[in-house]
Design a binder for this molecule. Sequence first.
Ligand code: NAD
Length: 259
Amino acid sequence: MDLGIKEKKAIVCASSKGLGKGCALSLAREGVNVTICARTEETLEEAADEIRALGGGAVTMVACDITTEDGQKAVLAACPAPDILINNAGGPAPGDFRDWDRETWIAALDANMLTAIFLIKATVDGMIERRFGRIVNITSSAVKAPIEILGLSNGARSGLTGFVAGLARKTVAANVTINNILPGPFDTERMHANIKVNAEKAGLSVEEMTKRKAAANPAGRFGDPNEFGELCAFVCSAQAGYITGQNLLIDGGGFPGTF
Ligand code: NAD
């Protein structure tokens, strides 16, 4: 299926590894020119090489912290008029809410709520003028079913979800859609770091906890970041202009509800 987005321009945030890289790979394979970012130049270059090897769209790299104003400015300077914006950042650390002070909460809100909102603010009017735009926020299954140790994530991402729900109904008439994709457990560094915390809490080895977590998912495994990228690319396709304001769960059936 031709997704109809060849030569479109995309900003893919936090994309040297994991789900962000999965999205950049799938978009570039469709011929989208991608601007990728992460804080570490070295891993960013490795990701760029991997994307270039596909022979699809061009890659521009920006080494920055996307949760800062300077980082956002740098990415927007490299790609001032994106057709596609994939919002992503590292997730907050797990813990107990009793230990989190105001500063900790503000950092989580900056990373997982406000950065996305400010990047949307900077790009959405141009998309509306050009009558094409696809914005995808990488959030979490925690928005549908909270994860106990990830209270910062549960809270910050729900705030973003609430904001997007309103705006997504305003922009769609101009063929600009805004959706959230909610990952369940995906095989990334982030997930393995969380498993380590869970293993320590439960007094189990990391290997045992990894095995149990994978077996607990109805699919009997973790998701592959490339599977996530393919869904993201479809949501960004020309064909997906009637999908907006949605929270698309991709979790191997982990969420047990009917809807
Ligand atoms: P990951 O740790 O594997 O990759 C994160 C990527 O973001 C890396 O490229 C890293 O360099 C980059 N990054 C992190 N902070 C950044 C910053 N401030 N500025 C620029 N780049 C930054 O993580 P992942 O598993 O791909 O997760 C992506 C998002 O999805 C996170 O917010 C995570 O909490 C969320 N999530 C992941 C899972 C999962 O199972 N993997 C499940 C639910 C939610």
